[in-house]
Ligand binder design. Structure first.
Ligand code: PAF
Length: 280
């Protein structure tokens, strides 16, 4: 197994191989069990798997967040090796993806990038769409794998695919959680042990919303969750909302025939943690 800094080397290698399905797992590294599940799913579905590892600067609206983003490339390569030693690992230099300085393209994503998480991270999804589009154009994968923890990201990418007629099929993979329910995220290692345990309040809030949804109105649920965080004080609730699963439009009343999800973001100091679950 080799890792490559240049996409041209990967294309050369692929030219020498016969395969039916090429799968892509885009990551920013610092791999955890959530990524492992994506790579496993990709490796079982596709006979060639590319895992890209690149901390994409254009999706960070906050320079400190970019500077603090955990990186562990050697360890990542070992992890991938264990899952599937035939994986092609793409660890590009910035210049293989972007001209200098790197800039996000501007996409019309019908507003799906501007709501929920997009309200708090201006330009974030434009940056995600930019790098994912570059990866799709370089490798033309048949399948690409993304985790449901970033549910809105999946919808953004599906929108991108529709707008640009990419032939890639998206496979979304359910969220992997720590023992206390906290969604696996590369950012979790920025928390000390106690805080990482206390962060269970995030998933617990989502589960409470799921229990309350059938018998309570949305305002009551939102108030209940806000109060939980006011009492807890350790985590700052950036947002909690309940939205229709396809459009991400916030709902004001419960209709069991419409698929909905709850979305949450809570912050401990500078570490933002997001999560979401289906409510019906
Ligand atoms: O989900 C991520 O890790 C990133 O947003 C992605 C899709 C790799 C793009 O940089």
């Amino acid at each position: 197994m080799r890792s490559f800094n240049h996409s041209s080397e990967i294309l050369k290698l692929l030219n020498t191989r016969e395969y039916k399905n090429l799968g892509l797992v885009p990551t920013m590294g610092s791999l955890h069990k959530g990524h492992i599940k994506l790579i496993e799913k990709c490796s079982s579905k596709c006979d060639e798997t590319i895992v890209s590892i690149f901390v994409n600067p254009t999706q960070f609206n906050n320079k400190k967040d970019l500077a603090n983003y955990p990186q562990s490339i050697k360890n990542d390569i070992q992890i991938i090796k264990k899952i599937n030693p035939n994986t092609i690992i793409y660890t590009p230099m910035e210049s293989d993806l972007y001209t200098s300085p790197p800039k996000a393209q501007i996409f019309d994503l019908d507003g799906i990038d501007k709501i929920i998480e997009g309200k708090f991270r201006k330009g974030h999804f434009q940056g995600v769409a930019t790098v994912v589009k570059i990866l799709f154009e370089k490798f033309s994968p048949d399948y690409a794998f993304f985790g449901e923890k970033d549910f809105q990201q999946i919808l953004v990418i599906k929108k991108l695919i529709k707008k640009y007629d990419f032939e890639v099929k998206i496979r979304s993979v359910s969220t992997v959680r720590e023992k206390n329910g906290l969604a696996m995220s590369s950012r979790n290692i920025l928390l000390d042990k106690k805080t990482r345990y206390d962060a269970k309040i995030i998933y617990e809030s989502l589960c409470i919303a799921k229990k309350m949804i059938k018998t309570n109105d949305i305002i009551k649920i939102k108030d209940f969750i806000s109060n939980l965080f006011l009492v807890n004080k350790k985590f700052h609730l950036e947002y909690f909302c309940i939205a229709e699963s396809n459009s991400l439009e916030e709902i004001v009343s419960f209709n069991p025939n419409i698929k909905i999800r709850a979305f949450i973001c809570a912050r401990f100091q500078r570490v933002r943690l997001i999560d979401n679950i289906a409510l019906n």
